[in-house]
Design a protein. Structure first.
Lengths: 323, 252
């Protein structure tokens, strides 16, 4: 059995979990074993999970698991794992996935390999390729453990529903938790942005050093609004205090994979590149034809973003007005 | 409040990474090094908490003898004491690293008193295992939350804020506790000349710990296949908007 931890934020499944389900389904089919999933808390979306080929959904519920509690999630999942003895447990390499699996590793005394990209199971040790440096370097590692614990690098593969969906059975599971497991628990929640966010926006209009100032982002905001997207930025921008850190795309910020990434005045240093390289289409706007972002992009405009971005905004408005 | 901050020496962000001949490590001869970015913020946060509570900050690292440079850079921005767990240079796996750090903390606490707060970075910039702080917390039997971007410390508890895709979550942990932080929790200060001079005077304590080993063994490093991209140059705004329409990200 391969068991997938389905991480979610209250009720909505983290979208990248479906990548982990896809990855784990291939792993299970290679080993000729079943794919199971585990859900902690209330209201699992069993129908959608079923499309990804899980045979059973283990529904972990407990009176004190009404909100996220990292150690309690780890303890509950560890108890489930001890009972089921799966060959491997896979979560997505999101903040939550990595955190819970680290707890599981600590509780079970087993290694936990974070941000895996490829797995070759063997009779003893499994061969694993994992992400280092946020993706600019890969590491081949061997893993020998009673149960192989791992997270999958987000956006390493595309999610795909199973060719033949199975009707998943629901199996309830009640963990034994004590007070110590529940000390770290969400006690309050602040919602600051409704709708689209940097991590999920279909279009990201991102600015770098070339933007020059906080005010310089206004045309980027205009363009993002016209495209139904959001504004992002590079590390130098947040280090200069031009934008909040929550806007940072890259290894130490948010990893994004939008349909379109527009990089304005961003040279494309590796720590930025690994945060947006999974974008479907990349458009660079830069004065430097040799900048790594320009040479790696699908499309580029060679020019000053201060002229180019307002011109694009004007062109979109002109065409709209012309209808 | 007594704060311990655990840091890692890593090549400076953005450095060009060249592999060693045996591909088991990176060629460090031409690199400059730094404290991993999340941990640079952990040091700053520890110093701010110590300043606000007239407390102290101890900075600890597991790494090669050269990692003393990173301890000195933390001392230069306000840490008071420094501890090095020396290795022979090779990266240790997460279980070995966590076990050595937990043992070292237990030793420091038995001689000098407990740490109210132990800070880590959410993950190191290079190996990115996302687990050392959490494993140490389990060994020490203390609560832990990862990926924190805001800490309010009072005498006996910390209120913690973590970003989510739609806002933030709040946690409250009794002390002693372990917290792993992310870049963005603060903007680290630059060292002053006085700070640098003071840093030179501090004696770095050395604590020898054995490498426990685990079932996770690094075999080799490799650079990912370079995506070859033919960049299409767009001449003007009109060509850009044609593309946007083709990609269906803009309605007419």
């Amino acid at each position: 059995m391969i068991l997938v931890l389905v991480t979610h934020d209250g009720s909505a499944v983290e979208e990248t979990v479906f990548q982990a389900l896809t990855f784990a389904r291939d792993l299970a089919s290679g080993l000729d074993t079943d794919l199971h999933a585990a859900w902690v808390g209330e209201t699992p979306d069993v129908e959608r999970l079923g499309l990804y080929g899980i045979a059973s959904l283990h529904h972990i519920s407990h009176g004190d698991l009404d909100d996220y509690a990292p150690q309690a999630w780890g303890e509950a999942l560890s108890q489930l794992v001890t009972g089921l003895s799966p060959e491997a447990v896979v979560a997505i390499g999101s903040d939550r996935g990595n955190e819970v699996m680290a707890h599981v590793g600590a509780i079970l005394g087993e290694p936990m390999v974070a941000n895996v990209r490829e797995v070759t199971p063997g009779d003893g040790a499994w061969e694993i390729t994992r992400t280092r440096w946020g993706g600019s370097l890969l590491e081949e590692t061997t893993l020998e453990a009673g149960v192989k614990l791992m997270t999958l690098t987000e956006h390493a593969i595309e999610a795909a529903a199973a060719a033949t969906p199975i009707e998943a059975s629901m199996v309830p599971f009640s963990p034994d938790l004590d007070d110590a497991d529940l000390v770290a628990k969400v006690v309050d929640r602040v919602t600051t942005s409704g709708g689209i966010t940097l991590a999920t926006a279909p279009v990201v209009v991102s600015g770098g050093r070339g933007v020059g100032s906080p005010e310089g982002f206004e045309p980027l905001e205009d363009l993002a609004a016209l495209l139904g997207g959001v504004v992002g930025c590079s590390r130098v921008v947040t280090n200069n205090g031009w934008r909040p850190h929550s806007d940072q795309v890259g290894q130490t910020g948010t990893v994004v994979a939008p349909d379109l990434y527009i990089a304005c005045g961003i040279s494309g240093a590796i720590q930025h590149w690994v945060g947006m390289m999974a974008s479907k289409t990349i458009l660079a706007i830069n004065t430097d034809a040799e900048a790594p972002m320009v040479t790696k992009a699908d499309y580029a405009v060679l020019g000053d973003l201060k002229d180019v971005v307002p011109a694009i905004v004007a062109e979109i408005e002109k065409r709209r007005g012309g209808d | 409040m007594r704060v311990l901050v655990c840091v890692k020496r890593v090549p400076a962000p953005g450095a060009r990474i060249v592999l060693s001949e045996d591909a088991r490590s990176i060629d460090t001869s031409l690199l400059s090094f730094a404290v991993s970015p999340h941990e640079e913020c952990a040091v700053e946060e520890g110093v701010r908490i110590a300043e606000a509570t007239t407390g102290s900050v101890t900075v600890l690292t597991l790494g090669p003898p050269e990692a003393e440079e990173q301890l000195r850079s933390a001392l230069a921005v306000g840490a008071h004491e420094a501890v090095l767990i020396p290795t022979e240079g090779e990266d240790w796996d997460p279980i070995s690293t966590a076990s050595a750090i937990a043992d070292a903390i237990a030793g420091l606490e038995s001689s000098d008193g407990g740490f109210d707060l132990v800070l880590f970075g959410n993950e190191s910039a290079d190996s990115g295992g996302y687990q050392v702080g959490i494993r140490v917390a389990h060994t020490l039997g203390r609560p832990v939350v990862a990926g924190i971007k805001g800490i309010d410390a009072s005498d006996d508890e910390v209120e913690l804020r973590r970003d989510t895709t739609t806002g933030s979550e709040v946690y409250r942990l009794p002390l002693p506790a372990v917290v792993t932080v992310k870049e963005g929790i603060n903007l680290p200060r630059y060292p002053t000349l006085k700070g640098r001079l003071n840093a030179k005077k501090v004696e770095v304590k050395r604590v020898i710990e054995a490498r426990a080993g685990s079932g996770q063994t690094m075999v080799r490093l490799k650079t990912p296949a370079q995506e070859v991209s033919e960049t299409t140059i767009l001449e003007d705004a009109s060509a850009v908007v044609d593309l946007l329409e083709e990609l269906q990200v803009v309605g007419r």
